[in-house]
Design a protein around this ligand. Structure first.
Ligand code: ASP
Length: 731
């Protein structure tokens, strides 16, 4: 019925009459004020008009929209006057007409790999981007043609020797800029084998070339665009960087392949892909959210910081294994190479324990490494508790490559397995010495040693230059005291450790015994349970390794030295600071992971009643070479326990707990136990490609200020646009 109404309307009013009517409305509405008011009054008028012409028929919303569309279309046709193009526009239109491709197919361009083994072809047609050209003389040129994907290139030979269309094509070709996209026709013929197998990083078709008979540019490269081999493009020219930078292209293509391989494994192993909404609601899950205002006054959606709640709801909905390549949004500090929007491979399974998720992830990662990097990973990944990681490495994402191989091959010395681990040496130091290291009362003193050189002079020079550099400055400014630096020197009493005192030298940990040229670093910290992601000494340890590698004092880890480790037994809660929105409770701490993570054991659950700060979580992070690839947990699947944690442990306000009512209702409907994980897909791909920054594996990344320089977002919107959402920018 609705679909026919516009036609009924048009025929009974008469199109001309209707157009006249709507035009006069449009004219009148110009004087009414804002666009919204004017449209509204137009609708009212149309509706009144229609009602008087059609007794008893009240147009519904569809009718009104159709009337509006018809009004715009008809009035613009009546008012239209033909455009008279000037010479420039005429030329542009004609040139465009000539370049409209007639016979391009998606398959073409994939077959260049096979060209070299194939026969000569008198009528050959291909396409791609022009590359470098060498003009031998006026009559002969050699031009390289890149295939569409810039993986291969072939030599084009053009000559004006025989006149006719080939000579015309020769002249045309010489007038075109590098990177012009062209269709080439000619004879594919044998050439003298090319001296090089590659050209500008592309494979060169070595045994065949194209004698050009016709060349059709399908677009032009504007004169103001300069594309040279070494051009570094700004973010606004990301498309040119993507087109011309082989490494970046390879990263993006690798990413696509990795996603396909992962999806293959997931499908084979019974993980089904689900989609969950991007327009979600604001809930205090932990990260700062992006809000999406709606036209309903005071109401907003929030973009999901992860599909956590929906995937748990899917588990309560009777699905068993969920996965999704999910877009997630967090309005967080972007300095640490984070993106405000990013991709996670999100997984969740019902009737499942934490260890089962960990095993599945190990199998998936092993598959990815084998398929994409041809590297066999160990079948079981090592596990380490948070406590162990923080106390031995000063980080909850320890880089295990630095513990076994810290000694340069050039030094030809034995490698000590404990090298680089942090040890608590407080008990071996006198209070007199401790007082010199730190202003803290009752501190903890940690230390590690690192073999920089077998020559104390070199080690001394290294550490002095490090501490003088901007990287070293924060460690000198530490209010808990500067690092204590000692250098092993066999020519000195007590190997150069005399200032640490007799007691330390006699009783200190065996694994910190120094050799000639070893660097021993001490650092004080408050005597309190370890929390957060790293300690000052942990950061200093990593910074020193990096600096020593950069100076060639320590060999860099091999590119295929992949050290995975699971970190488990995180504290369920972490003290809050001002930067962390947490769950907004008043307990002074927030969930370390998110508030849906279950306590690890029944004893940990009991601790929630007495001392929640001691409770451990059923939370696991997967770490590779010092990078956290992802994390997950077993969830609280019981509504009463979940509500108890919100209300009594985190001490959230009642109205914020109500934001989670949907989840509590779902949990009390017989939700089975479930667990899951999310792998940061950008980060995982960056690590696989040996890239430090996720920006190198994202086609259109945002800058450190959260801006996309290509499209220039975020952009300013008008007052009227804000008004649509009942919002106003505060001056
Ligand atoms: N939603 C979590 C996150 O984004 C992952 C998980 O617990 O599965 O970190």
């Amino acid at each position: 019925m609705c679909a026919f109404q516009p036609f009924a309307l048009e025929s009974s009013i008469g199109a001309k009459e209707f157009v006249r009517f709507t035009m006069s409305l449009a004219h009148a509405s110009k004087h009414v004020g804002s666009r919204g008011t004017c449209l509204r009054s137009s609708y009212v008028e149309i509706s009144r008009f229609v009602r008087t012409r059609h007794h008893g028929i009240t147009p519904n919303r569809t009718t009104i929209c159709s009337v509006r569309a018809l009004r715009c279309f008809s009035s613009s046709r009546e008012l239209r006057t033909a455009i008279e193009p000037d010479a420039k526009l005429r030329r542009a239109l004609d040139e465009y007409k000539a370049t409209i491709p007639k016979s391009l197919s998606v398959q073409e361009g994939t077959s260049w790999k096979k060209l070299d083994d194939g026969p000569e072809m008198p009528n050959f047609e291909t396409s791609g981007y022009l590359s470098t050209r060498r003009d031998v003389n006026k009559k002969l040129s050699f031009t390289m043609l890149r295939n569409r994907g810039q993986s291969y290139c072939i030599q084009l030979v053009s000559t004006s020797n025989n006149g006719g269309p080939a000579a015309e094509a020769h002249e045309r070709l010489r007038s075109l800029k590098e990177w012009t996209p062209v269709i080439v026709r000619g004879a594919l013929r044998t050439r003298e084998p090319a001296k090089s197998e590659t050209h500008l990083g592309m494979k060169l078709v070595a045994n065949l070339e194209v004698a050009v008979e016709e060349i059709i540019p399908v677009n032009e490269v504007s004169d103001d665009i300069i594309i040279k081999d070494d051009t570094v493009f700004g973010p606004e020219q990301r498309h040119l960087q993507l087109r011309t930078n082989k490494e970046l292209r390879d990263n993006i293509l690798f990413r696509g392949r990795a996603t396909t391989v992962a999806k293959g494994w997931l499908t084979t192993n019974g993980w089904i892909e689900y989609e969950t909404p991007l327009l979600f609601k604001s809930t205090p899950e932990g990260a700062r959210e992006f809000l999406v205002p709606t036209r309903q006054k005071g109401l907003a959606y929030a973009l999901p910081q992860s599909p956590q709640q929906y995937k748990q709801i899917l588990m309560a909905s009777g699905f068993i294994r969920y996965c999704q390549f999910a877009r997630c949004f967090r309005d967080e500090d972007l300095r640490a190479d984070r993106q405000p929007e990013f991709t996670q491979l999100d997984m969740e399974a019902a009737w499942c324990s934490d260890t089962s998720i960990m095993l599945n992830v190990e199998r998936l990662l092993t598959h990815l490494w084998l398929q994409l990097l041809r590297h066999k990973l160990p079948s079981v990944f090592p596990r380490m508790t948070y406590e162990e990681a923080m106390s031995s490495y000063g980080s909850d994402k320890p880089d295990m490559r630095f513990e076994a191989k810290v000694c340069s091959k050039r030094q030809k010395k034995d490698v000590s397995v404990n090298h680089g681990q942090i040890h608590n040496i407080t008990q071996h130091l006198t209070s007199d010495l401790t007082g010199k290291i730190t202003p803290l009362q009752d501190p903890t003193i940690d230390a590690f040693k690192i073999r920089i050189s077998s020559d104390p002079k070199i080690t001394r020079k290294f550490i002095a230059s490090f501490l003088d550099s901007p990287e070293g400055k924060p460690y000198l400014d530490n209010p808990n005291g500067q690092p204590g630096i000692f250098i092993g020197d066999l020519s000195q009493p007590m190997q150069g450790l005399g200032p640490l005192g007799y007691q330390y030298v006699m009783e200190g940990p065996e694994s910190l015994a120094v050799d000639h040229g070893d660097l021993l670093v001490l650092q004080a910290r408050p005597n309190a349970p370890l929390s957060g992601g790293s300690t000052v000494l942990g950061n200093l340890r990593l910074a020193l390794y990096k600096a020593a590698i950069a100076q060639g004092l320590i060999d860099p880890p091999a590119p295929d030295d992949w050290r995975f480790v699971w970190i488990t037994d995180f504290p369920l809660f972490t003290p809050t600071d001002d930067t962390d929105p947490g769950q907004g409770g008043t307990a002074g701490f927030a969930s370390t992971h998110h508030p849906f993570t279950a306590p690890k054991t029944p004893e940990d659950l009991d601790l929630l009643l007495t001392d929640p700060s001691l409770a451990k979580a059923a939370h696991y992070d997967i770490v590779l070479n010092g990078v956290e690839l992802g994390g997950g947990s077993r969830r609280i699947h019981n509504a009463a326990v979940q509500e108890f944690i919100f209300r009594d442990v985190l001490k959230m306000k009642a109205e914020r707990i109500e934001d989670f009512r949907h989840l509590l209702d779902v949990l009390r409907s017989g939700c089975p136990p479930h667990a899951g994980i999310a792998l940061g897909w950008d980060r995982l791909i960056a690590v696989m490609r040996g890239k430090e920054s996720v920006r190198d594996v994202i086609a259109f990344p945002k800058s450190g200020r959260g801006e996309d320089g290509m499209v220039k977002s975020p952009n300013r919107v008008t007052e009227e646009q804000w008004e649509t959402y009942h919002l106003k920018v505060k001056e």
